[in-house]
Ligand binder design. Structure first.
Ligand code: ACO
Length: 379
């Protein structure tokens, strides 16, 4: 509070504000590290499947073999979306963005869900699992409809990663590609109070239900300062064209004081904990595909950003080219982020609801002082 004006300190962008406690994940910017339920994210990425990490985030512990088998069977059985949702998806504008498609599909799923209005912990958990299972099906159906293609049916024997490739691309790739994709899902799964997660918690704080919170989270994730950056990174790499042009392209960018997508982070100022692991797997994709151009271009951009601006890449920087090399079209990159982050969002919805207080901050008024309403003839 300023003594002369009485104006309180305004935390624009809530920078540095601890808005609540959470036991789900921990970011330690001083060591560039991130843990989910106490496990280092890079260890989870190397040693676990995405399904194991989803279970960990929701249940608090890694599953044993029987628990994992039950979780996989339960979610695989929920992958189909309804005929009504398929009809709605076919009506989506063909040039609509896939993020708007999945946001709308999730909202529709909420209207269909047999437990929509039940915000008990048990019902919310069941809804989270249904969303985890159905989101890839809806992303793929909308994508294929936009191309005039029929949707493919999920195969319950597929892993989460196999299912995504099968539904979108119509084929299951080799194990190295599946592993790289699973790693991206694990790294994207959860990241404390980022914009979309906080949005989901804020919606939950009013007593609203799971599908509403996730729909709002998707809307927030779309923005280019948040999840939309993985698409923007690939557009940028294509615009740069190759490693030979990267230095000059970036200098022009600096001249215009323009943002460079995939760099910078609100919390990490000396390196994003997830980047080394994702870069390693993006490099593997470049080897598998036999196209090193995007990773070489990335390397030149990252080196110059660090040297001249002291700004490090964030997860979206290697994830963008990794998805491109896996054969996904660019507008699908942020929807793939949704397919991963549903796990983190749902964990936060459950945590918020379990110890809720309505989130309602204050605003410091800077508008006109109170004045009389003039009659129509005087306006
Ligand atoms: N390109 C160029 N300059 C940058 C970048 C960037 N990507 N990021 C930060 N800076 C500059 C800022 O302009 C600022 O410079 P100034 O002090 O001269 O004004 C300085 O670095 C400090 O940055 P802040 O504005 O304090 O960073 P903030 O915490 O507000 O923003 C954000 C973080 C939004 C991620 C920002 O770095 C950005 O826009 N990056 C590009 C978009 C992006 O990659 N988003 C993905 C985030 S990670 C995720 O969602 C998975």
């Amino acid at each position: 509070m300023s003594e002369s004006t009485g104006k309180p300190t305004i935390y624009k962008g809530l920078v540095g504000v601890y808005a609540d406690v959470s036991a789900i994940s921990k970011v330690m910017p001083e060591t560039n590290s991130l843990t989910y339920r106490g496990y280092a994210v890079q260890d989870l990425a190397e040693n676990c499947s995405f399904e194991e990490v989803a279970y960990l985030l929701w249940e608090g512990e890694l599953p044993n073999a029987a628990q994992l088998a039950a979780f996989k069977a339960e979610t695989a059985a929920e992958r189909e979306i309804s005929p009504a949702l398929h009809r709605v998806i076919r009506e989506f504008p063909k040039d609509g963005h896939p993020m708007d498609a999945i946001r709308t599909a999730v909202s529709f799923m909420g209207m269909e869900d047999p437990e929509t209005a039940d915000v008990s912990d048990a019902a919310q958990r069941r809804k989270a699992k249904r969303l985890f299972a159905k989101i890839p099906t809806a992303i793929a159906a909308a994508y294929r409809a936009s191309k005039g293609l029929e949707p493919l049916r999920p195969d319950p024997s597929h892993s989460f990663a196999e299912n995504v490739f099968h539904l979108i691309q119509g084929k299951v790739p080799q194990p190295e590609v599946l592993k790289a994709f699973d790693v991206s899902m694990i790294l994207y799964a959860e990241h404390t109070f980022n914009a979309s997660t906080y949005t989901a918690r804020l919606v939950t704080s009013s007593g609203a239900e799971m599908h509403g919170a996730i729909t709002a989270g998707i809307a927030s994730l779309k923005g280019p300062l948040h999840g939309g950056a993985n698409e923007a990174v690939m557009h940028m790499l294509k615009e740069v064209g190759g490693p030979e042009q990267a230095e000059e392209w970036l200098s022009t960018r600096f001249d215009h004081k323009a943002l460079v997508m995939g760099f910078g982070h609100r919390v990490y100022k000396s390196g994003d904990s997830r980047v080394p692991t994702m870069t390693k797997y993006a490099e593997k994709m470049a080897e598998v595909v036999g196209d090193r151009r995007w990773m070489e271009t990335s390397r030149v951009l990252a080196a110059k950003m660090l040297r001249e601006k002291n700004i490090h890449p964030n997860l979206d920087f290697p994830a963008g080219p990794a998805y491109y090399l896996m054969g996904f079209e660019i507008p699908l990159f942020t929807p793939l982020f949704v397919a991963a982050r549903i796990t983190g969002w749902a964990s936060h919805v459950l945590e918020q609801a379990a110890d809720n207080r309505l989130i309602r901050p204050l605003s410091w008024y800077t508008g006109l002082e109170q004045r009389p309403v003039p009659p129509m003839s005087a306006r």
